[in-house]
Write a protein that binds this ligand. Structure first.
Ligand code: GLY
Length: 570
């Protein structure tokens, strides 16, 4: 096995008074007090790539003990809820896309939804001004969480008992684990917000600053996870946990009720499937915009000689930017929860429509979002992604989110988990940008029980009808463009999984009319685009993409260089 190992061996410098315990059921593979980050590896049988080494190791250990990719997904997502509180969650939602070894496709929508008391103008003041503080932070920003329902919706495809899959998460919460430098920096940066949006004690705040290597123990969260272990989804949506959520809502003027929780259901959706240069792409349909944007962007560039243009060439970056602009303009106009809004999926993905959308593309000349609107026919960036493949050939991609980093910043008092601030993914007022700068209208207006438009794009690639790659990323509105570029990097430029993930990325989302570029994006291409008339904005990281790709029968696995992301497998 080829391993590039960035050794981040932590010595726990603070110790809980609890005696240290091994992770039950995960064997020696998972040591919460000493672990390292492995960025790339070639595994023979099974692989998990996620945002945290301990979560990836938990998933791999489950498969070593006879579990399949679905078991690994459930155990990994639950472990992430403990070791990656910024986005791993039980208080948020997500999307699962999978292909079983027998070829059956599956997509599970466990997106948060608006509470029954939510209404269209709930984030407007009496003068009609948008109150983004309320949609982005604190109790009122939370949608009804979907994650626990989603995990149980995946259980019929798993092999091991749920109690075994959740136990590593319980142990990590109860006995603690050492945090990374990055997590310590995040806790310190958000301390004031945690204090502002909470009235009850929470594990993420302490008097002195956090340091990498400190031990985080989450007793309340461990008790919540035990209730889920013992009572199933009802351990979250009913009983003590539901009482604690509703009490938290009442302390902070939130509006989630017992009924909202009891009524929440994960939904099976029809996966979006299409081809790009002979590869079959399988991605998530509405209420995510992610899959639709991917179809549109890949189909818009397919007629062009992308490989001949060259990687990061001015021609190619301009072409991809113009595809991104057009697809995101359609997002703002047409996309929303399909149970509430008729999303014209067929038209938006039809060859005729896509060809027409690129008719006004002029090579060498910058388009303008002022004039290029939606097509005419009669949706901080914290989310997290898990890619998994197992020895039987099951492929599972899950993207899950609290929306912003640490979501609403509100921890359910006595229950120890963060609630999402997903309500901001609705269009709170037509034309008013959400935290990602995305605008929307009627299609994505708030309504009780409606699911807010997402950009998440967990995606599978098949070659000759056989598993080829599993991928996805966090990044808010940059998610579809990161997946778009990762696919182009692999398909058109034959890149390794690591290169496809780590090469600098760029992003255009129609409005604002800018090309965002990572800091290491090549200057020569950037200058040439400026000369064409594009406005550029250098920014920090775009995405944290996790890819597993077939390589001569082996699982070439790559965790994004942009965080603590880590591969694990065997
Ligand atoms: N909250 C980010 C997304 O769902 O797109």
């Amino acid at each position: 096995m080829k391993k590039i190992c960035l050794l981040v061996s932590f010595v726990a410098v603070t110790f809980s008074c609890t005696a240290r315990q091994p992770i039950v059921g995960a064997g020696k593979e998972v040591d919460p007090y000493h672990y390292s980050i492995t960025k790339t590896a070639l595994f023979s049988k099974a692989s998990v790539v996620s945002a945290h080494p301990l979560a990836s190791q938990v998933g791999a250990a489950v498969m070593k003990r006879g579990g399949n990719a679905f078991d690994a997904m459930i155990a990994t997502q639950l472990a992430l809820a403990v070791v990656y509180p910024g986005a791993g969650n039980i208080g948020g939602g997500g999307f699962l896309i999978a292909r079983k070894a027998n070829g059956q496709l599956l997509s599970i929508d466990y997106r948060e939804q608006a509470p029954a008391k939510a209404h269209r103008d709930m984030y407007l003041d009496s003068a009609g001004n948008a109150l983004t503080e309320l949609s982005q932070n604190g109790h009122l920003s939370s949608g009804v969480p979907g994650t626990v329902a989603g995990l149980f919706a995946a259980m019929p495809y798993a092999k091991l008992p749920f109690a075994e899959l959740i136990q590593p998460a319980i142990d990590l919460a109860e006995f603690g684990y050492v945090i990374t430098e990055e997590e310590a920096a995040n806790f310190n940066a958000d301390k004031n917000d945690f204090v502002k949006y909470n009235t009850q004690p929470l594990a993420f705040v302490k008097q002195v600053a956090w340091k990498g290597g400190d031990t985080l123990v989450q007793k309340d969260l461990a008790e919540t996870l035990k209730r889920i272990r013992d009572n199933g989804a009802k351990g979250f949506y009913e009983g003590t946990t539901a009482d604690l959520i509703v009490a938290e809502m009442q302390r902070g003027k939130g509006c989630i009720t017992h009924e909202d929780l009891k009524n929440y259901r994960a939904k099976e959706r029809e996966p979006l499937t299409f081809t790009y240069r002979g590869y079959q792409v399988i991605s998530f349909p509405p209420p995510s915009s992610g899959g639709l944007l991917l179809v549109q962007m890949l189909k818009m560039i397919e007629p062009f000689p992308v490989a001949r243009y060259g990687f990061h060439s001015t021609e190619l970056v301009q072409l991809m930017t113009e595809a991104e602009r057009r697809a995101y303009a359609d997002r703002a106009e047409y996309m929303g929860d399909p149970d509430f809004w008729n999303v014209p999926v067929k038209t938006l993905t039809s060859d005729a429509y896509i060809t027409a959308r690129m008719k006004d593309f002029v090579p060498g000349k910058a388009g303008k979002s002022e004039t290029i609107k939606a097509g005419i026919i009669k949706e901080s960036e914290e989310t997290t992604h898990i890619s998994i493949m197992d020895a039987q050939g099951n492929m599972v991609a899950v993207t899950t989110t609290l929306n912003n980093h640490y979501g609403s910043k509100t921890v359910v008092g006595g229950a120890g988990f963060l609630l999402n601030d997903e309500m901001d993914d609705f269009s709170i007022k037509p034309g008013v940008p959400n935290m990602y700068g995305a605008v929307g209208g009627e299609a994505n207006a708030i309504a009780p029980g409606k699911r807010m438009l997402s950009s998440m794009a967990p995606t599978l690639l098949l070659k000759n009808n056989k598993p080829y790659a599993v991928m996805g990323t966090p990044g808010g509105t940059t998610i579809p463009t990161s997946v778009f570029q990762t696919i182009v990097n692999m398909v058109d430029f034959n890149m390794s999984a690591a290169d496809a993930v780590n090469k600098p990325k760029f992003h255009h989302q129609w409005l604002p009319d800018l090309i965002y570029m990572e800091k290491d994006f090549p200057d020569v291409t950037a200058s040439a685009l400026e000369k064409m008339g594009y406005q550029l904005d250098r920014r920090g990281n775009i995405g944290r993409t996790e890819v597993i790709k077939m390589n001569n029968g082996k699982l070439e696995s790559a965790a994004d260089k942009r965080g603590d992301d880590c591969v694990a497998g065997f």
